[in-house]
Design a protein around this ligand. Structure first.
Ligand SMILES: [Fe+2]
Length: 373
């Protein structure tokens, strides 16, 4: 490992120039600090910068034009997220960010879309095609980097990367442009409430500060990333796949945040994939302890958390917390009805959208720290 930045935590700064050494360096950073700051990541940052410029132009448009891409009218959860589409976070006060969400672009006649699998379908774009061109290029670049990083992390902890790839053939990966606005009056509320991300890995390219990660010692640490670097966070699925060896990174955007922009890529799994501990063959038989465990009882004597999570329902359940319109589209009573066959998927759950809100998987960091975040 080569430490190249003087102004970030020593263990969190990772050069990816030496792949064999980089996997363990990433594991070390994610395990201790909860994040890694990456150089030599292989992403052409001019592509990320170009997408940023076009996204800024979009966010500067009149609201009526932005709402032409309203995510609330998308069948696949894509497009513009206005400030008033606020999630449910105790530590987040007045919502002051807007977003634009992009995912794996699937045609309406794709089998997963035709069968109304939640969150899968076409992207949504403004009539002016400039954002589409650069954003799609940015998505492809960050996806390639995230996939490589996931493979690096997985092989470093002994996960069979071929088995992992089978869980990610058409993954629910997502890219978000996030534009934060300065608070109108001083506030102690977080600009984005504390949470873990719902996929395997998260990559962040940021303009402006404010990102904070809770480290293994329980302290909130500011994440400073030099221009051109990428920030890596661990997600919920990686925590499950590693049996808790790598914990999902609890993070937030702090109260003092002025204006900020970030481009964020979430590397997910296929909707129907079930993620289980994958560290060694003995973990193939999973004991799901979610039913009646106390949080600390989920730890085996080897320190592994033997539990599984269904990737799609987990993502959907967490997005319901973030998006009021998804709570309306997939209401609790429908989620409990496995045989619901309503064909209007703009207003009702598809038969694939079966989750149990009373038994939502929560990362270990969330279990331990969310209440005092
Ligand atoms: Fe996040």
């Amino acid at each position: 490992m080569v430490n190249i930045f003087d102004d970030v935590a020593r263990d969190a700064a990772v050069s990816l120039g030496v792949p064999a050494a980089s996997g363990s360096a990433l594991i070390q950073a994610l395990s201790v600090d909860g994040f890694a700051v990456l150089a030599d990541h292989g992403v052409d940052t001019s592509i990320v910068e170009a997408a940023h410029q076009e996204a800024e132009k979009f966010f500067a448009l009149p609201m009526s034009e932005k709402l032409a891409c309203d995510i609330r009218r998308s069948v696949s959860h894509r497009g513009y997220v206005p400030v008033d589409e606020a999630g449910s976070y105790a530590d987040e006060g007045i919502r002051r960010y807007e977003a634009y969400d992009i995912g794996l672009d699937l045609a309406p006649d794709h089998p997963a879309v035709a069968s109304r699998t939640p969150l899968m379908g076409p992207n949504v774009w403004p009539v002016d095609g400039s954002l589409r061109i650069v954003a799609q290029r940015c998505f492809d670049s960050l996806q390639m980097a995230a996939d490589g990083l996931l493979e690096m992390v997985a092989s470093s902890v002994g996960i069979d990367v071929a088995a992992l790839a089978k869980l990610r053939q058409q993954p629910l990966s997502q890219m978000r442009f996030l534009k934060y606005h300065e608070a109108a009056t001083p506030t102690n509320d977080a600009a984005m409430g504390a949470h873990t991300d719902y996929e395997f890995l998260t990559l962040i390219y940021q303009w402006g500060g404010g990102l904070e990660v809770k480290n293994r010692a329980g302290a909130w640490m500011p994440v400073e990333a030099p221009n051109g670097s990428l920030i890596l966070l661990a997600g919920d699925l990686l925590e499950v796949a590693t049996g808790g060896q790598v914990r999902s990174s609890l993070h937030r955007i702090g109260a003092a945040t002025a204006s900020r922009f970030s481009t964020v890529f979430f590397a997910g799994a296929d909707y129907h994939s079930v993620i289980r501990p994958m560290l060694h063959p003995a973990t193939e038989t999973v004991i799901d302890l979610r039913e009646d465990r106390q949080p600390e009882q989920a730890e085996s004597t080897a320190g592994l958390v033997r539990e599984s999570v269904a990737a799609g329902p987990h993502l959907l359940s967490q997005l319901r917390r973030d998006f009021p319109y998804l709570r309306a589209r997939y209401p609790v009573e429908i989620l409990h009805d496995e045989h619901h066959q309503n064909t209007d998927h703009k207003t009702a759950a598809s038969p694939n959208a079966i989750i149990d809100p009373a038994n939502v998987w929560r990362s270990s960091f969330e279990r331990r720290h969310f209440d005092d975040a």
